[in-house]
Design a protein around this ligand. Sequence first.
Ligand code: NAI
Length: 319
Amino acid sequence: MSELRFDDRVVVVTGAGAGLGRAYAHLFASRGAKVVVNDLGGGRHGDGSSSKAADTVVEEIKAKGGVAVADYNSVVEGEKIIKTALDNFGRVDVLINNAGILRDKSFARISDQDWDLVHLVHLKGSFKTTQAAFPVFKKQNYGRIIMTASNSGIYGNFGQANYSAAKMGLIGLANTIAIEGGRNNIHCNVIIPTAASRLTEDILPPDVFAELKPELIAPVVAYLCHESCEDNGVYIDSAAGWAGKYEIVRSKGTTLRNSKKEGVSIENVKNAWGRVTDMSGSHKLSSIEEATGTLLTALEEMEGTGSGGDQEERGQSQE
Ligand code: NAI
């Protein structure tokens, strides 16, 4: 296979002064991209700022013969980061929303500030930066966007309620951007990484930590952002040289009443609960239209045919 290149592409990586973002910036630059290395250079909890983190990565890239420029803005001012790309390179093709902080506390102890700062950096930061890039992508009929979610959101994780909520918010954001951008060849996909970084150094066991090199996830992100990748709106989990895809599935479900003339009682719900939650016929619905379609089918089933609600449950129990 010929090498997958990013020549003439301009790639913005937020939070690229360390960890995963640094690995992404290095890989894109090594494949010919011009890279904006954005990093506020603050602490792990969102405190302070410094130009050092971004400058160091830019120097490293340049030392290897790559092209990169530093940007020190917070992602909350995403329009300034995109301006850095346009001012220096005249275009932007790829945006990796990667910057992140943690303010871990057990749920009962989360302050408004812990909640707001985490949402500000992860969710609003990704919104602002992507919204600034979107018109540019639209105009050139090309764009690749990555949102960074987390298994902490998918499964929950003790002490990370604020972070879990923000990370799942990014999946919702990506879902709609994928739809709105798709018609203009703008793809928005989600990476769900697990990597050794300052965010995970006291969370992951040391032997596992050593195997979780950010460099092993970077190629997955780079492929998702290549022009040859046709996926849009997918969620990819990756760590330690492994990758897999998530999908949200729904049970087949069941009608809770026998006809549209009837209401639904709490007892109807209890009787039908086994079929509501039976995942044996579960599948992924590909769009909100498909979900609405299944609702219309359910309404047709309630046209007095007696296929739903208590009657079916009784019929089943007689068998
Ligand atoms: P890291 O702490 O090494 O890197 C994050 C970078 O973002 C830092 O250099 C930091 O200065 C920068 N940053 C923070 N706030 C910023 C802001 N407002 N504007 C610009 N830059 C800012 O962390 P890591 O692990 O590389 O995380 C990268 C992303 O991956 C984060 O979004 C994180 O939540 C996510 N993630 C990481 C996992 C892991 O296992 N490391 C697991 C799941 C998600």
